[in-house]
Design a protein around this ligand. Sequence first.
Ligand SMILES: [Zn+2]
Length: 177
Amino acid sequence: MQSHLYDRVLVLDCRNVLMGTTSVRGVFVSIFRDEMDVLEYRHGVYIRSSHRRHRVPEVVRWREPVRFIMYRSLGPTRRNVLLRDENICAYCGGTGYTRDHILPKSRGGIRSWENLVTACEECNRKKGARTPEEAGMSLIYTPRKPNTLTLIISRPQKAPIPKSWKRYLEPVESTGT
Ligand SMILES: [Zn+2]
């Protein structure tokens, strides 16, 4: 039964904004301290401690505004951009493992979902610190802000996404930083 300690929990901030996911273990203390409310429990599943059994949370919400940012993990990190683009290089359609700023950082390009694409090493090197036009390269797809569901589902999962999560998932806000 201890394995349920590592089941995923969806975390919302006090204004119902999706922050990300963490493990059951990661939220238990906050729930016992009354810092979080549990909005959804798993049905028919319990975690046993020495004298009690505890229901397993599936969606939780912070009661107070929280300072630390968990949803950073849902921003356009290299890993998330590669997940969104399914490792397809935006320039040649090959398999890519690097993240490219379409408008280069040195030219004022920002770290946003719309300005970042997956690129293979060869295309990334070829493009360098130029715009696609300058490099004579074109994008084979338009990068867009993904839905959080897409990102969460694209990650390697040990277990299926709980049905109760679906209505809490929403498009990711662009960070633009
Ligand atoms: Zn390429």
